[in-house]
Design a protein around this ligand. Structure first.
Ligand code: EPU
Length: 450
């Protein structure tokens, strides 16, 4: 297993280019199962989760081939050539919860699907009841068998359009909306999804499905209308930039009191984050690409201690849960007390004890953490426990005095492409090492994958 060794305290300067969105790419890849024609995706990031999804699609008779595309990103061609297998095995599903997004496409196109029920993970329980409720409303017959979800088209034939409410106790569901929208694209008649997730990744999927011949309106808003068609065809689509990767680099610029330019930054997808950063004294300048806020260059600059604030995570366009941990690292160094409340995953705080090991003062109760800003963080060996928690520890390490060792960075590799190289190119002192080479680092016990 790899670890990062970081010698903190260097101001970052330079440029970093944001890659294609992981969370957009995964349902887009799954949507290739909806047609027997090739689907070409431009700008797919080279990440462990993408490789896992390729492996899963390959087992489902959907072949993937890649070649270099623009800016070194991957152009991925997916071709569903054998539609005889409709079962997604547990040993792949357990490596990546997003495997659930093959459920809707398999059901709609192949008439049946068997997908292992994903388990909980480091950030919480993560049920899929809303996915199943939505597919049932389309007429699917759903049962559980030995830990697998079995879904079948109704005996009467095609799935049938319906009005479906997809809100849950923590708001709408992103992948649930993707699943139901993908299935409804091939259903008979009109489907209206109420309380649909408004995340940009859902709108990106709708845009590709439309290019494949689907009839969808309202994606990106809480009501999506889908008029089912009999068949979808191949398409070419460019994945939106990764708003979470972009937000992480904006915070990296701020936490190191640096001055960096984040290129290909989807600033329109980061309004709540930009608002928070500007509110605490971080300067953001939107340069080239302005007017097309999905791909702008944003220069971030921060010369002094940030001010404290209150952050509450919410569904889009609110502050994203996927940047809560990174924002917490920044607020650990604020000039006063901040309050962070997690409303999407109330247990997503595994980074709290690790930040405390670095000298942060944090009071955690229920879904809220009070962060009492300190003058400096101090380097320490810390354990990454999930993807975004890992990113927050790297950011804290960049700002901390002395040496920080972030163990188990395989979590980070699931969502950030060559993060250490990009940070090093902006002046960070960070290197990837094999954990076995490290001396004096306690073999801590952290929870498993997300
Ligand atoms: N929920 C239910 N029932 C369901 C589905 C979800 O109660 O059937 C709850 C969840 O437990 C959670 C809330 O609803 O409390 C929202 O979950 P959602 O379904 O929206 O999450 P997801 O679609 O499984 C995606 C991202 C996550 C991101 C969330 C929220 C992908 C592959 N994953 O997950 O990304 O945190 O939306 O924005 O798109 C990450 O990238 O680090 C990550 C965890």
């Amino acid at each position: 297993m790899d670890a990062f060794v970081i010698h903190g305290g260097r101001r970052l300067s330079g440029r970093v280019r944001v890659g294609g969105s992981k969370n957009a790419s995964l349902p887009l890849m799954a949507a290739a199962l909806l047609t027997d024609e090739p689907v070409v995706l431009e700008g797919v990031p080279r990440l462990a989760d993408i490789s896992n999804m390729r492996r899963l699609l390959d087992e489902l008779g959907c072949r993937a081939s890649d070649e270099p595309g623009a800016h070194g990103a991957m152009r991925l061609t997916l071709h569903s050539h054998d539609e005889s297998v409709s079962a997604a095995r547990y040993d792949i599903v357990r490596t990546m919860r997003a495997s659930i997004c093959v459920l809707g496409p398999l059901l709609a196109r192949r008439g049946q699907a068997r997908v292992s029920m994903p388990g909980g993970c480091a950030i919480g329980d993560r049920p899929v009841d809303l996915h199943l409720r939505g597919l049932r409303a389309l007429g699917a017959e759903i049962s559980l068998d030995s830990g697998d979800i079995l879904a079948r088209k109704p005996r009467s034939g095609r799935l049938k359009g319906a009005r479906i409410f997809l809100g849950g106790p923590y708001g709408p569901t992103v992948l649930g909306t993707a699943n139901v929208m993908s299935a409804a694209a091939l259903a008979d008649g009109e489907t209206i999804i109420e309380s649909a997730a408004c995340e940009p990744e859902v709108a990106d999927l709708a845009s590709m499905l439309s290019a494949m011949g689907a009839q969808i309106s309202g994606a990106g808003s809480p009501r999506i209308t889908i008029r089912g068609v009999r068949e979808l065809h191949g398409a070419r689509h460019t994945v939106i930039p990764d708003r979470i990767e972009a937000g992480t680099y904006l915070i990296a610029g701020a936490i190191t009191r640096g001055r960096i330019t984040v290129e290909n930054c989807p600033i329109d997808h980061l309004m709540a984050v930009a608002d928070q950063l500007e509110g605490i004294g971080v300067r953001l300048r939107i340069g080239e690409g302005a007017g097309n806020g999905v791909r702008a260059s944003v220069t971030v600059e921060c010369e002094s201690r940030v001010k404290p604030t209150q952050v509450t995570t919410q569904p889009h366009p609110g502050f994203p849960t996927d940047l809560q941990a990174q924002m917490m690292s920044l607020l650990c160094l604020a000039d006063g007390n901040s309050v962070i409340t997690e409303r999407i995953y109330p247990q997503r705080f595994l980074h709290v004890p690790e930040l405390a090991r670095m000298g942060a003062t944090l009071f955690h109760q229920g879904p809220t953490v009070v962060v009492s800003g300190v003058r400096e963080l101090v380097g320490a060996p810390v354990m990454a426990s999930d993807l975004r928690a890992s990113a927050s520890l790297v950011l804290a390490g960049l700002a901390a005095k002395g040496k920080t060792t972030v163990l188990r960075v395989y979590h980070l590799d699931r969502g950030y492409e060559r993060m250490e190289e990009r940070l090093a190119a902006m002046g960070a002192q960070i290197e990837r090492v094999d954990e076995k080479e490290l001396a004096g680092v306690p073999a801590g016990a952290a929870s498993g994958g997300d």
